[in-house]
Unconditional design. Sequence first.
Length: 334
Amino acid sequence: MRALVLNSPGHLELAEIPVPVPAAGEILLRVRAATTCGTDLKAFRRGHPQIPMPGPFGHEYSGEVVAVGENAPFAVGDAVMGVHSAPCGECYWCKNRQENLCESIMASKVLGSYAEFLLVPARIAGKNVFRKPEGLSFDEAALLEPFACVAQGIIELQKVGSLPAQSVLVIGPGAIGLMFVAALKRLGVPRVVLAGRNPARLVVGAGYGAETVAFADLKPESKTEFDVVIECTGMPEVWERAIDFPRRGGTLMLFGGCPGGTTVTYSTGRVHYDQITILSPFHFGTAAVRQARDWMAEGIDFRPLLSGVRSLEEATATFADLEAGRGLKYVFHP
Ligand SMILES: [Zn+2]
Ligand SMILES: [Zn+2]
């Protein structure tokens, strides 16, 4: 089968590799759609600790089951969508309802969705793969994983009582920031403001009901306005500026993961005397995946996030486009 392999940063190869055979509990998918992701772009640019090189590339997917191992939870012919990891259910963190921090969350992860076929390990097939809702296209269904990250963020905000809220500022109009806007509007947050630099992306946010503003035009004096601020850029300098914007007693959620080894500095007075709650959730647990699936089945429309269909041959050009800020997410039909 044809599969995209990331050999080293910037170097993708369209390789011919054997079609995997599912063992007990595993399923083999004919990939119908595989979407690009900010994590993939990071790996393409500079490498990523969770993406070994050389190695199979791509982790967002939807597809049709074409072969199953013994006792697999799906049958040949099922149309499915899923994410690329699942918690063990047995470690300290899983037992303490922090599945997103499971010590082996990445142990059986799926990589290699930019390929004709994808083998899904038993743990993931059993916990985090679902039948695709009828009304959802394969292209949209491939977005379950990034939306599960967003759903985890929403769940964390609900857990500490920061949602419901009257006003939320989302900084960073990439796919994740836009998904937050869509989810927050769905939850009925009256005022969602989206700040960023890329005008085309801000237009997409306006389509989801956000007020939009250029990031440079955000003034610290607007700091009384927002109950919750969600940082979605993964840039340390934006993490530092973001604390200017929650109201006293408000919440700052630092959502975008920054490059390894970076640090930020905060005013102790701001954190303490203004009592800012700081959250920074990582990854997602099974509840978030199910929440994301439910919202997608109920009709949150993510088609505006898809910037076009590309062939595997165009992969290098596609990531160059993403690097240049052209497009949000591209979809491969391997
Ligand atoms: Zn992703
Ligand atoms: Zn665990």
